[in-house]
Ligand binder design. Structure first.
Ligand SMILES: C[S@@+](CC[C@H](N)C(=O)[O-])C[C@H]1O[C@@H](n2cnc3c(N)ncnc32)[C@H](O)[C@@H]1O
Length: 405
């Protein structure tokens, strides 16, 4: 890249940050929705009236959207519209844009050294992220997971009676969705500790009932003996990088999978080696998110009040539970545990909560959410699985593998 190209490239990145914020406004103030639902292109005045916003603001917003090719402009009628084949993407793929606001606030807290633990922006970002996961998991399943299962040759319909296990099911978004979408199938959601099992159960309870769904405690590295050759589908979504002994887990997945079954793994959409990420937008986003994920461990701790976490002993090196918002196992959590919860407000500026106590990010292969595609590929191949499909998902931050024995 010569100097001029680089200069243009850099300015483009800076401009995109502003556009991202404008996209958030488009989502949150209903501008996109109105334009998508309109039966004809709208003038700026009409749109401003529809969303009850100042016309000057809407004019600026439209100018930004047109320049960035997000919204189309018909200069003859002075009207704006979204082409019908862009609408689905506009409404769904813009879902991550609102993370920017709380993310910036958390970064501001971290870089300024103020650690407003308790009622911090990290909690806000954490809540936002949980909501985002809940809202987007159905789309991930419909647009990526189910079509890939079919493409790999396994018949999956509402009438099929498959046996599916969701390893490390978290809040059981995915398990619940599979159970309700495939009512004749049997779905198991496995979580590692009592706390996590309870969290999954609470989350399922809030969503309704699914009699074909069982949430249970279990370890990917040691699944029940009776499960040999039982499963048509094993889902391991955003969990592999948490697992300490991959060969043990792979041997277990191999054992419990039926001969014609499929193992589906989702991990972060980035390469294991930094040099391979040059030019990757998803890698840039994931690394940027990672800058304050440790802050989220902390918020997650307060938020869910996880007092004890046996994983701390069992996974001494795994400090990356943050993407599921568990607290980290280094001494930062001890600070929290020793800290009197009633004196939360007095803790502001307390050195115990300075970021010196936060775990330092590390990028070792095999642990951490920046684990990467190649590392996952290697583990699957060493586990005697044949990778049938591998591709980034439509959410763009994650990467899907479909493998068979
Ligand atoms: C990032 S969350 C992913 C949750 C869910 N699969 C999703 O994609 O939304 C990772 C989950 O894996 C669980 N986990 C970690 N190690 C595990 C193990 N050895 N066996 C089972 N679950 C495990 C964690 O407790 C956590 O809930």
């Amino acid at each position: 890249m010569d100097a001029l190209e680089f200069d243009t490239h850099l300015k483009g990145i800076i401009s995109s940050g502003f556009t991202t914020y404008a996209v958030t406004i488009g989502r949150e103030k209903g501008l996109f929705e109105k334009l998508c639902k309109a039966t004809r292109p709208l003038t700026c005045t009409e749109l401003a009236k529809e969303v009850n916003l100042d016309e000057k603001l809407v004019k600026g917003w439209l100018g930004c959207m047109v320049a960035e090719k997000i919204i189309q402009f018909d200069r003859h009628g002075d009207v704006y519209y979204v082409p019908s084949n862009h609408q689905d993407s506009l409404l769904h793929s813009s879902a991550f844009a609102p993370a920017l606001g709380p993310w910036m606030q958390v970064m501001e807290e971290i870089t300024s050294g103020r650690e407003n633990v308790g009622d911090s922006h990290a909690t806000q970002l954490l809540d936002w992220f949980h909501k985002y996961k809940e809202e987007t998991s159905s789309r991930l399943i419909e647009t990526d997971v189910i079509p890939s299962i079919k493409e790999a040759g396994l018949e999956i319909t509402p009438d099929s009676g498959l046996k599916i296990v969701d390893i490390g099911c978290g809040k059981a978004n995915i398990s619940f969705y599979f159970a309700t979408m495939f009512p004749k199938s049997t779905v198991f959601g496995v979580e590692y500790t009592d706390v996590d099992v309870q969290r999954a159960l609470d989350s399922v309870r809030q969503r309704g009932t699914a009699e074909n769904l069982t949430i249970m405690k279990g370890d990917a590295q040691q699944l029940p003996e009776s499960w040999t050759d039982q499963f048509d589908c094993i889902l391991v979504f955003n969990v592999m990088h948490h697992i300490q002994d991959h060969s043990k887990a792979m041997a277990e997945f191999h054992r419990v999978l039926k001969k014609a079954g499929l193992l589906l793994v989702i991990e972060a959409n980035l390469h294991s080696h930094l040099s391979a990420n040059v030019g990757s937008k998803s890698a840039a986003l994931l690394y940027a998110m990672h800058m304050n994920f440790h802050r989220l461990f902390y918020a997650g701790h307060h938020h869910h009040d996880h007092k004890e976490h046996p994983r701390n002993e069992e996974h001494p090196k795994d400090d990356h539970h943050g993407d599921c918002f568990h607290h980290s196992p280094d001494n930062s959590h001890q600070d929290v545990d020793q800290h009197d919860p009633h004196s939360k407000d007095e803790s502001h500026g307390d050195s115990r909560h300075s970021h010196a106590h936060f775990p330092q990010p590390h990028h070792t292969e095999g642990h951490g959410f920046l684990w990467g595609i190649e590392a996952c590929q290697k583990v699957l191949e060493e586990g005697n699985f044949t990778i049938r499909i591998q591709k980034p998902t439509t959410d763009f931050m994650s990467y899907l593998f479909v493998a068979s024995k």
